[in-house]
Design a protein around this ligand. Structure first.
Ligand code: FAD
Length: 445
């Protein structure tokens, strides 16, 4: 249940026992829960209409192939129901001032044109809405209505009107028994007083059109890994049927290209994104699970399988599932206009041979980058960013979740690429550091 925002009330010179978490992905949710479970109030600010972050869109998780939504959904409810967590979704931090123990923060609550306290999430409004647009959550491979829930388990289960697409026919308003639609709703600014802030704003995918030679955006059967996650997901736009975009046929010869927008100084991404090797291996295994007869090849530079169970998973992909691993960078992908199959030119560095291999689907595995808007969050909170654009941390050995500003912490991918377990660990660590400050609440600064 979403509670209403609590406005500044404490005297300025007292340490506040409230925390602010910015970003409602798996890292931010973990931080919020850990703080809330110690009895402190947490405002969780998420810029999209729902918490959940990228994990909500991922199909299975490496290395166990557990269903991502099955792990995440109970967490979404736990956060939403927690009496000490106030969810401020569809909201963004605009201003902040103060010091550790005593920050004042202004948050813009964007108008969703649906009253949160009245909406029951029944979906009658979307059912009658005549406007269909591409769904962001489905990586634009599926559709949503102008009034929508981003995904079925979206939290809070409150609809949002996308006013850019809405034609204001007002059918949704007439259909809503609870009178929850409010076309006159305006953005609201709420002011919060918090003792500690945690930034958990996650990442964006590297835009692979930066490599035109790989054919993404040009050939329909070249897709990126997040699109693949939705295609293979039973709750996704094709109900889990892995199909080629060009003709709806099941691909039988799939190539995965690793390290695109990672470890490439020329594209401004010299760092390793840490998760792409394993999500690439996972997705190759998923293709074999769907169709054991399919030929699946991973083109890689190195396989970095550093986590618990990762090396074993990589081995299993090869030995049990029969995924081919070819060490070599793909030079170019060219479409055969007759079949819309893809000819992949690759130098196999183990054999030193230049080969041309035909695939009927190519999946590009992009690296991660700082999310859109991180610069502005950094500026608002006086945080510094490292050369790669992620948040700077105080000390990577002894203070890996602390920023250079006292009382402001970071976790998850906000300070660099991480997988889910590492993001959760960092969320808990940031919560721990934050509560050291919050526990002094009531003390004079
Ligand atoms: C294709 C792919 C497959 C993957 N598969 C796996 C896997 O199988 N196993 C695994 O361990 N990892 C996997 N990962 C990595 C996984 O996605 C990340 O580890 C995890 O999502 C990181 O969580 P996070 O909370 O840091 O970031 P995110 O999930 O990105 O969440 C950040 C949240 O912050 C919000 N936000 C951003 N900016 C703001 C702002 N200014 N104000 C308010 N809110 C904001 C975002 O909307 C989002 O909800 C995969 C990654 C990719 C790309």
């Amino acid at each position: 249940m979403t509670q209403s925002a609590d406005y500044v009330s404490e005297a300025d010179h007292y340490v506040s026992s409230n925390a602010l978490v910015i970003g409602g992905g798996v890292a931010g949710m973990q931080a919020a829960l850990d703080i809330a479970n110690q009895g402190f109030k947490v405002y969780l600010v998420e810029k999209t209409p729902s918490i959940g972050g990228r994990m909500a869109a991922i199909d299975k998780t490496f290395p166990t192939l557990d269903c991502s939504a099955c792990i995440l959904t109970p967490r979404l409810s736990e956060v939403a129901r927690h009496p000490n967590i106030e969810l401020l979704t569809y909201s963004e931090v605009e201003e902040a001032s103060g010091t550790d123990g005593n920050f004042k923060v202004k948050v813009r609550r964007k108008a969703r044109y649906v009253n949160e306290s009245k909406c029951s999430g029944c979906g009658e409004c979307a059912a009658i809405c005549p406007v269909e647009v591409s769904a962001e959550f489905e990586e634009k491979l599926g559709f949503r209505k102008a009034i929508y829930l981003p995904f079925p388990q979206a939290t809070p289960a409150v609809y949002t009107i996308d006013m850019e697409s809405c034609i204001e026919c007002k059918r949704c308003a007439r259909e809503c028994d609870r009178d929850a639609i409010d076309y006159e709703m305006k953005d609201k600014i709420v002011e919060l007083h918090v003792g500690a802030i945690i930034v958990a704003t996650g990442y964006k995918l590297f835009d692979v059109t930066a490599y035109p030679r790989l054919g993404y955006g040009k050939y329909p059967n070249v897709i990126n890994a997040m699109e693949y996650e939705r295609l293979i997901n039973a709750a996704g736009p094709t109900h889990g049927h892995l199909i080629r975009i060009s003709d709806g046929k099941m691909p039988r010869k799939i190539g995965f290209i690793q390290c695109v927008g990672a470890r490439d100084v020329n594209k401004g991404v010299p760092y390793c994104s840490r998760v792409c090797c394993m999500y690439g291996v996972k997705n190759a295994v998923m293709a074999k699970e769907h169709d054991p007869e399919s030929e699946v090849t991973i083109y890689y530079a190195d396989i970095r399988a550093f986590g618990k169970g990762f090396e074993e998973f990589y081995e299993m992909a090869h030995t049990r599932f029969g995924v081919n691993f070819v060490k070599g960078r793909v030079g170019e992908v060219v479409e055969d206009p007759d079949t819309q199959n893809l000819l992949c030119e690759v130098e196999d560095t183990n054999t030193a041979k230049l080969e041309q291999v035909e695939h009927d689907m190519i999946v590009i595995c992009p690296g991660l980058q700082p999310p859109v808007g991180l610069d502005s969050i950094a500026k608002t909170l006086n945080l510094t960013q490292s050369d790669d654009g992620y948040l700077d941390i105080e000390d990577s050995f002894l203070a890996p979740v602390e920023t250079h500003v006292e009382g402001v912490f970071t976790c998850g991918c906000a300070d660099g690429p991480k997988d889910i377990p590492d993001s959760v660990t960092a969320g808990s660590a940031a919560a721990m550091r934050a509560t050291i400050i919050l526990s002094k609440a009531g003390d004079k600064k």
